[in-house]
Design a protein around this ligand. Structure first.
Ligand SMILES: Nc1nc2c(ncn2[C@@H]2O[C@H](COP(=O)(O)OP(=O)(O)OP(=O)(O)O)[C@@H](O)[C@H]2O)c(=O)[nH]1
Ligand SMILES: [Mg+2]
Length: 243
């Protein structure tokens, strides 16, 4: 009988090597960790985290900005560009952006930052509010109509309360609600008269009811204080709560 001689290493090559499951498991875990880190990083970089100071010229935005960041009153001039700085609260920090109030430039800067905003601080000059109410309400209506602002909390900060002639929060709120009502009427009737369906006017508030801030879905608060005297505790607490 013929014998078949098979060399030992030839014999081995026909057997399958056992699969090392522990290596596959390690590779899977590493892949999973990398994916989780990637998604956390992506989410962080795309979430809204900045706070924007806006409002009419001379309302005191740059003074508030400087007090919050450096605890000092700056020598201010009409801003022509934004101020950007880091606001610290304990171990946390966030970016604060002071937008110039001048009509010609504020939209450009606001558009640049609005999608990064978590909160918008709308600064009002409590002394001149009666004189300025039309412009203040008009700008505020435009801001609140902007869909980019929908996810933000909005703080209407009634500044310059150190002045004797400053109006109280309640007076300012009532003045603004009345004027926002007029702005809404004017904008919607203008649109109907020209039948301009391209330029959509956002109807803020409840249909058929006078305008009230409480009718809006957004979280809108009114606080008062003084940038000049660094009476900004309620404002900084509001930022701290959202950081
Ligand atoms: N009395 C008083 N004056 C203030 C206060 N805050 C700001 N001011 C004064 O208001 C004026 C305008 O202040 P700014 O901070 O430059 O105003 P702003 O809103 O940055 O103005 P723009 O940069 O032009 O948009 C300056 O003369 C400030 O000294 C305040 O709390 N009380
Ligand atoms: Mg300024």
């Amino acid at each position: 009988m013929d014998r078949i001689n098979v060399k030992p290493d030839e014999q081995n090559s026909t057997e399958s090597t056992p699969v090392d499951f522990s290596q596959i498991l390690v590779a899977l875990i590493v892949g999973l960790v990398v994916l989780v880190i990637y998604f956390i990083y992506k989410k962080r970089s795309s979430t809204r985290s900045t706070f924007i100071l806006t409002g009419l010229c001379d309302s005191g935005k740059s003074v508030v900005f400087s007090q919050l960041l450096y605890s000092k009153v700056p020598e201010t001039f009409t801003s022509i560009a934004e101020n950007v700085g880091t606001y610290h609260a304990g171990r946390l920090s966030t970016r604060l952006i002071d937008i110039p109030g001048h009509e010609r430039v504020r939209d450009k800067f606001f558009d640049q930052y609005k999608n990064t905003a978590k909160g918008v601080i709308f600064v009002v000059d409590s002394v001149n509010i009666q004189k300025d109410v039309r412009d203040v309400a008009d700008y505020l209506y435009t801001l609140l109509s902007d869909s980019a602002i929908n996810p933000c909390s909005v703080l209407i900060f009634c500044n310059k309360q150190d002045e004797e002639m400053a109006k109280s929060i309640q007076v300012i709120k009532t003045l603004l609600e009345k004027e926002m009502n007029t702005v809404r009427k004017t904008r919607t009737s203008k649109l109907q008269s020209v039948d301009d369906s391209e330029n959509k006017v956002v109807y803020l508030g409840k249909d058929g009811k006078d305008f009230e801030f409480s009718h809006l879905n957004q979280n809108i608060q009114f606080y008062e204080g003084s940038g000049k005297n660094n009476e900004l505790e309620n404002l900084s607490d509001w930022i701290d709560r959202m950081m």
